[in-house]
Design a protein around this ligand. Structure first.
Ligand code: CP
Ligand code: NVA
Length: 308
């Protein structure tokens, strides 16, 4: 049966562990210059309803590294942009390609695409989830800490799609996610309940200092996500006390790491000083999108094959 990756509920703890282990192997193979064309002759369709730098380039380069091919598809150039239904596009594309990655405004559209596609579908970001980002972040933390169980991640700012993926991943990693957001910008309580029911640990506070006090990792993301542009002024006002700056970082334990999925708006959710500072690991996160997604693609397209 084909497997999709729309959210962390699509994989279990063992699958996560083996994707991360494969990602680390693929990273070593690439840096050693060893060919690893595990997806030779395979094609990935990539549909982007929204802008992207990292997701687009890492998936495209990832397929090339693996001996396959990626097609960048802009909905404006597809019949989708002229009203062809998602379910019809999904069924037609599945007759040509081996997997589809889709970045969409509405998570429901990603789910509908996956329901009708006969090939695996990967969520490259929706309004609700950004699982590929958090997959790469889990790889980055695994490289740093080895075992993630009992690490505490403080999410500071908007309780958005990336935050939601952290919440759902907590039942697989054993990490505790403490979210500091103002009222109105907190993640949906039902998602927290869902993660807890699966054995995860996530809780919401309003005070950023309380969240970072015992945190191993501080994480933030832009305050105005794609699709939220009309709310810019009110978001900047509501979130103005949630910047990760040197003052907030000083409240965290000395070795705490700072993460950001990027793109960043320096001076809003994070200061230039913190982003460029020694505790920031944002570029490792960006790099690991490539390796983690390659491992995901191999698993979804070729199945559970050994990586040399
Ligand atoms: N973090 C991330 O998904 O970046 P892009 O929007 O550039 O793909
Ligand atoms: N929350 C951001 C993430 C960008 C990678 C957005 O949805 O725009």
């Amino acid at each position: 049966m084909k497997k999709d990756f729309l959210a962390f509920t699509d994989i279990d703890e063992h699958e996560l562990e083996s994707i991360i282990a494969d990602a680390v192997r693929l990273k070593h193979l690439k840096s050693a210059g060893t060919a690893h064309e595990l997806l030779r002759g395979k094609s990935l369709a990539m549909i982007f309803e929204k802008a992207s730098t990292r997701t687009r380039v890492s998936f495209e380069v990832g397929m090339t590294d693996l001996g396959g091919h990626a097609l960048f598809l802009n909905p404006q150039d597809l019949q989708l942009g002229r009203g062809e239904e998602v379910r019809d596009t999904a069924r037609a594309l599945a007759r040509y390609v081996d997997a589809v990655m889709i970045r969409a405004y509405r998570h429901a559209n990603v789910e509908e695409f996956a329901r009708y596609s006969t090939v695996p579908v990967i969520n490259g970001l929706s309004d609700a989830q950004h699982p590929c980002q958090v997959l790469a972040d889990i790889m980055t933390l695994t490289e740093r800490f080895g075992d993630l169980r009992d690490l505490r991640l403080a999410w500071v700012g908007d309780g958005n799609n990336v935050c939601n993926s952290w919440i759902l991943s907590s039942s697989l990693t054993g990490m505790e996610i403490v979210i500091a957001s103002p009222p109105g910008y907190q993640p949906d309580g039902r998602l927290i309940d869902q993660a807890r029911a699966a054995g995860g640990r996530a809780r919401v506070v309003t005070d950023p200092e309380e969240a970072v006090r015992d945190a191993d990792i501080l994480y933030t993301d832009i305050w105005v996500s794609m699709g939220d542009e009309e709310e810019r002024a009110e978001r900047l006002k509501a979130l103005r006390h949630y910047t990760i700056d040197t003052r907030l970082l000083a409240q965290a334990p000395p070795g705490a790491l700072v993460m950001h999925c990027l793109p960043a708006h320096r001076g809003e959710e994070i200061t230039d000083e913190v982003m460029e500072g020694p505790q920031s690991i944002v570029w490792d996160q960006a790099e690991n999108r490539l390796h983690a997604q390659k491992a995901l693609l191999v698993r979804m397209i070729a199945g559970d094959i050994p990586i040399p």
